[in-house]
Design a protein around this ligand. Structure first.
Ligand SMILES: *[C@@H]1O[C@H](CO)[C@@H](O)[C@H](O)[C@H]1NC(C)=O
Ligand SMILES: *[C@@H]1O[C@H](CO)[C@@H](O)[C@H](O)[C@H]1NC(C)=O
Ligand SMILES: *[C@@H]1O[C@H](CO)[C@@H](O)[C@H](O)[C@H]1NC(C)=O
Ligand SMILES: *[C@@H]1O[C@H](CO)[C@@H](O)[C@H](O)[C@H]1NC(C)=O
Ligand SMILES: *[C@@H]1O[C@H](CO)[C@@H](O)[C@H](O)[C@H]1NC(C)=O
Ligand SMILES: *[C@@H]1O[C@H](CO)[C@@H](O)[C@H](O)[C@H]1NC(C)=O
Ligand SMILES: *[C@@H]1O[C@H](CO)[C@@H](O)[C@H](O)[C@H]1NC(C)=O
Length: 344
């Protein structure tokens, strides 16, 4: 309750400042969030905003911590199970969820033994179709992604801005490798079901691109999509992210404390464009245990919720979400007994 009141109170001053901030930035000035004032760009300020997309905005739906820590955590972890046992994660926690198909495809043009994985599932109780993406694994996949980033940067996404090509390519390998067909089939079989999309790390980046792609292709409407991703990297530019915010009201990306991956350098020098996460960021500056506090970030961009974006970043905080080692837990089939999977 205390937390709810805090969140509630913190939203109101910012509704006013959102308009003020956008007006300020669009007129070529800087909006200073520490003083809530509009200042000339040459005046210094601790937390300046120079891009209108970054201006504070309350999310269009309320963030639900329980939903993220129970459902979306399992959805992201299930993608880590070996392709034959994706179902185990659901059987252990949500037995009404049935995995429809798991797709694992070769997703590197340059290195051997690099695969991407995604699966589709459905749940008659919740009346939803589920789409989950796996994070990267192995040195060759990391090399594939980073070399593609350096060589190719970002590419246009229809007429709605740009996305980082490496992540778009990974997604397309899966989309063409069966996911499109499986999703269309499920949408045909269950025409009234909504769609939940999730993933962790690379899986979260692909999930974000997928949500936009699915809206573009008209398989689901943005209002019927729930997107919650964990520890993903910034892979979409301002134009995409604004469009995405308009299309998909239920969209959150969750960051654990000092997770290094969401804070990777978001600049694409080939095209002189900065990448962002799609709104809205939720930051847990703790172990993410049940009842732990979190901040729903009203600003977009790396330097607001987490005030020193480059300080003390760790891989540990990337792998642990909701106080569970996500890759190991997923690989083990998401056992109910959490002994050995907690951070400390
Ligand atoms: C939050 O999510 C949980 C678990 O899915 C659900 O039971 C609960 O009704 C949700 N709360 C709200 C306010 O939507
Ligand atoms: C994956 O694709 C690359 C490039 O096309 C090829 O070199 C590699 O052998 C393929 N790997 C598998 C397992 O098919
Ligand atoms: C292929 O990659 C997987 C995942 O990284 C790894 O477990 C496996 O040992 C690799 N196999 C070969 C032949 O390199
Ligand atoms: C860059 O993009 C091209 C065209 O899609 C692709 O063939 C190539 O493999 C990419 N480069 C790297 C290093 O991934
Ligand atoms: C890069 O983009 C920034 C901001 O949009 C602009 O001010 C700058 O002139 C651009 N630089 C180049 C080399 O195009
Ligand atoms: C980083 O960690 C050091 C040592 O634990 C601590 O003193 C410092 O305050 C931390 N910095 C931030 C920005 O959290
Ligand atoms: C959970 O797992 C640990 C280690 O594998 C084991 O020692 C413990 O007895 C298990 N707890 C329960 C309640 O099964």
């Amino acid at each position: 309750m205390f937390l709810k009141i805090l969140l509630f109170l913190s939203i109101f001053p910012n509704i006013v400042s959102s308009v003020t901030c956008e007006f300020c930035v669009q007129s070529g000035n800087t909006f200073c969030t520490d003083t809530y004032s509009c200042i000339p760009p040459e005046v210094s300020c601790q937390a300046p905003i120079n891009v209108d997309f970054v201006c504070p905005k309350a999310p269009r739906v309320q963030y639900n911590d329980t939903f993220a820590r129970t459902r979306m955590m399992v959805i992201a972890s299930a993608a880590k199970s070996l392709s034959e046992n994706t179902q185990d994660c659901f059987s252990n926690h949500f037995p009404t969820t049935t995995v429809y198909k798991t797709r694992e495809v070769n997703c590197s043009n340059t290195y051997p033994n690099v695969t991407c994985l995604a699966y589709t599932a459905y749940d008659d109780t919740e009346q939803v179709i589920i789409l989950g993406f796996r994070g990267s694994q192995g040195k060759n996949q990391d090399l594939t992604l980073s070399e593609n980033c350096v060589a190719n940067g970002s590419i246009p996404f229809f007429t709605n801005g740009r996305v980082v090509q490496a992540f778009y390519d990974s997604f397309m390998f899966l989309w063409d490798g069966g996911i499109r067909q499986d999703l269309r089939r499920l949408a045909y079989l269950y025409p009234n079901y909504k769609l939940w999309i999730g993933g962790h790390s690379l899986g979260g980046a692909m999930a974000t691109i997928a949500s936009g792609y699915i809206v573009k292709t008209g398989i689901f409407r943005g209002e019927d999509i729930t997107l919650v991703v964990l520890g993903d990297m910034p892979v979409t530019d301002v134009v995409f992210s604004k469009w995405h915010w308009e299309q998909i009201p239920y969209s959150f990306h969750v960051i654990h404390r000092n997770d290094n991956i969401p804070r990777v350098d978001p600049f694409d020098p080939l095209n002189n464009v900065t990448m962002y996460h799609s709104r809205t960021e939720v930051w847990y500056n703790n172990y993410m245990r049940e009842g732990d506090n979190y901040e729903v970030c009203l600003e977009a961009g790396a330097s607001f919720c987490i005030r020193s974006p480059q300080a003390n970043l760790t891989w540990d905080d990337h792998n642990y979400y909701f106080d569970i080692h996500l890759p190991n837990w997923g690989k083990a089939g998401c056992p109910k007994n959490l002994t050995g999977f907690n951070q400390e």
